[in-house]
Design a protein around this ligand. Structure first.
Ligand code: ADP
Ligand code: NG1
Length: 481
């Protein structure tokens, strides 16, 4: 067993408090803020909308990005995650039109204008450019929003400040804001939970097989608390973070677009294959098993027992597709159809042992993190930091989704923070570190000196947009004009 597991307390207890199913409330209607940077962005957005569409927008939909504090690459296996929403967001100003068209513009010129019939379009899975995420939101509400008539045409102007492809969920914020915009335009009353589930499903139209964390926190977030989010069924519990600490987000500036390659889906499939092989060996109807969490429940085993089962079932080496088919007693054509996603069918080898070990150990760390936050002992922050460090090692060594630049940021954080780890999908993107509140500025200065001053692509960037402290922010809302 890899060394990092020696630091996981044994036996971990998987019995844990049940999350609270939130009351079925809809995203709130809010007044436009009168001052501050959000007010300024909204003012520019309204101006852009008005000059493009020659009319004022009727309202603005807002959906935030998020930083995941712990629980990486476990949501699609059915395990709980621990994110908080951030202040960075997607804003969409919306007005209806009588042409039946969906007209999209963006305040940034790098995202070109787009127009299509609102009731007849196709989402491009092979090259999902920006407007495809908006189309996902529209399609999600068309399929599941509860309206049977065709949609009215809409004009939309988008403004976003979440760094794209950086693990802070810009894509999901775009999908969520779009779904909220379309639903509000058509007076559909949809609860936050339903929005979260609809958006998790509809974002998969761009091809990525995400688990639902990003859409859930974007709708369910509450100011001042992080949340433990559980799936199947969706549940969310607020958790108070320890006082006196800051969570600093540092962008490695190595971008990773999930939909543009198969890295992300490959991991989803590796977990699914590990799950199906273990299900088959337990005499279960393996095709019915998609998630490791689903299998754990049926086997009635604890997380450490699942880790033992993984070590008994698999070796820590790649398995060829042929070998996997032999273990499952099926053909490659059948595996392509029943298990693999479109962009993972040509992959020849899959790692099973290490991926599944990461998932079970990380799932455990999420509940440990919550327990420590709830207990509020003198040692809490050190213990939380230790879990963050273990999580990073596991994503780096077992899940192989880190990046040399992320590792450099994490290494620079060693000894000057309580703990640091990659956040989001990885392969680039952001790191999150937990640091003493009064030392946050000094820590950021250290990263500027030791990291950003040496990064060529930092030059044209505002440092506050790549390195910032974050507080738990509220979830999606409608701004009424
Ligand atoms: P993330 O981890 O941020 O969700 P993804 O690679 O999944 O990263 O999604 C990033 C994509 O989302 C971008 O390539 C772009 O198409 C879209 N996107 C993000 N922010 C914006 C924005 N402000 N305006 C338009 N599209 C955006
Ligand atoms: P990012 O790429 O950070 O937005 C992705 C997935 C999440 C989750 C994390 C890894 C989507 C939309 N998001 O997040 O569901 O699996 O990776 O923990 O696919």
């Amino acid at each position: 067993m890899p060394e990092i597991f020696n630091t996981i307390p044994w036996p971990p207890d998987i019995s844990r408090p049940q999350g609270t199913k939130m009351s079925a409330s809809c995203p709130p209607l809010q007044r436009v803020p009168s001052e501050g940077s959000k007010a300024e962005r909204l003012r520019c957005l309204v101006e852009t909308f008005t000059s493009e569409f020659s009319a004022k927008p009727q309202f603005c939909a807002r959906a935030p990005g998020r930083v995941n504090l712990i629980g990486e690459h476990v949501d699609y296996c059915g395990y709980a995650v621990f994110p908080m929403a951030i202040d960075l967001d997607i804003l969409i100003a919306v007005g209806s039109n009588a042409t039946g068209k969906l007209n999209l513009i963006n305040v940034e010129d790098s995202y070109p204008k787009f127009s299509c019939e609102i009731n007849n379009f196709e989402i491009d899975k092979s090259h999902p450019t920006w407007y495809n995420y908006i189309l996902c939101g529209v399609q999600g509400i068309q399929e599941e929003g509860g309206r049977n008539e065709p949609f009215t045409g809409l004009d939309m102007a988008v403004s976003g400040n979440i760094p794209p492809s950086s693990g802070l969920s810009s894509s999901s914020a775009l999908v969520c804001a779009s779904a909220l915009a379309v639903a509000h335009s058509h007076k559909l009353s949809i609860s936050k939970e339903d929005f979260a589930e609809i958006c998790a499903r509809c974002e998969r139209h761009v091809g990525t097989q995400g688990g639902g964390m990003d859409q859930a926190i974007s709708f369910l977030a509450t100011e001042g608390t992080a949340r433990v989010i559980e799936f199947n069924p969706l549940r969310s519990t607020p958790v108070n973070l320890p006082s006196g600490v800051s969570f600093v987000v540092a962008n490695s500036l190595a971008p990773m677009n999930k939909a543009a390659n198969s890295y992300y889906n490959c991991r989803v499939m590796e977990c699914r294959l590990a799950c199906q092989i273990m299900a088959k060996q337990a005499g279960l109807a393996w095709k019915e098993y998609q998630r490791l969490g689903q299998l754990q429940k049926v086997l009635g085993k604890s997380l450490p027992e699942m880790m033992t089962l993984v070590s008994r079932t698999f070796e820590s080496r790649p398995y060829s597709k042929k070998e996997i088919c032999k273990l499952l007693g099926t053909s490659e054509e059948d595996l392509d159809k029943t298990t693999l996603s479109e962009n993972t069918r040509s992959i020849e080898e899959f790692l099973l042992h290490d991926r599944a070990q990461h998932v079970f150990s990380e799932a455990h760390r999420v509940w440990e993190f919550k327990r420590i936050c709830d207990e509020k002992s003198d040692k809490s922050v050190e213990e939380l930091g230790k879990l963050m460090k273990e999580s990073h090692l596991s994503t780096k060594l077992l899940y192989e989704c880190s990046h040399p630049k992320l590792d450099k940021l994490v290494d620079l954080s060693e000894g000057v923070t309580f703990g640091a780890r990659l956040t989001g999908a990885g392969w680039g993107g952001c790191m999150v570190a937990m640091v003493k509140e009064e030392e946050a500025e000094e820590y950021k200065e250290l990263l500027v000196k030791e990291y950003y001053s040496q990064e060529a692509n930092t030059k044209d960037k505002d440092i506050n947009s790549v390195l910032f402290s974050s507080q738990p922010s509220p979830g999606a809302c409608i701004y009424e004009f």
